[in-house]
Design a protein around this ligand. Structure first.
Ligand code: ZN
Length: 162
């Protein structure tokens, strides 16, 4: 099979920057290229779909709308809970991130949005929900995944297994 372009089932290494509202939020500078297995939901869908067909050395600016990024901001995705329902050792401060088990036993990421008296308000929106994402990406390398990576649907970097 011809694996010289970005396509499902190929491990892609990219250099990238992410800007939101003109502010640099994330970048591969200093941490090395990001590797991901394409076609398995490892990066935001709006970026992945725009990268399909790119070759090594190709670069591109991609603007991703919230629906294809981290989702629309949901005004309903807030919940209030009394302070005494949180673990004693947890710092109850605005911005603290925590995971909450929902009624269907799924773990949900949340952040403390506000504290008033004994009531804590949790925000279940992703921090970048509702944001237009401005990516710059450059394809550094492409390779075939090994069998284990393909079975897991993600890359194992430096022999690191998870
Ligand atoms: Zn794995």
């Amino acid at each position: 099979m011809d694996k010289d372009t970005v396509q499902d089932g190929v491990v892609v290494s990219i250099e990238y920057t992410l800007h939101v509202d003109g502010e640099l939020l994330d970048s591969s500078d200093g941490q090395g290229p990001l590797q991901f297995l394409a076609g398995y939901g490892n990066i935001v869908p709006g970026l992945e779909s725009e990268m399909m067909g790119m070759k090594i050395g190709d670069s591109k600016h991609v603007i991703v709308q919230p629906a294809d990024g981290y989702g629309e901001f949901d005004e309903q995705a807030f919940m209030q809970a009394p302070k005494d329902q949180f673990p004693k050792e947890m710092p109850l401060e605005v911005g603290t991130e925590l995971t909450v088990r929902d009624s269907e036993d799924n773990m949900q990421m949340a952040r403390i949005d506000g504290i008033e008296g004994d009531t804590v308000t949790l925000n279940f929106n992703h921090p970048l929900a509702g944001d237009e994402l401005h990516f710059y990406v450059k394809v550094i390398s492409l390779r075939e995944p090994n069998e284990e990576e393909l079975a897991h649907g993600h890359v194992h970097e430096d022999g690191h297994h998870h």
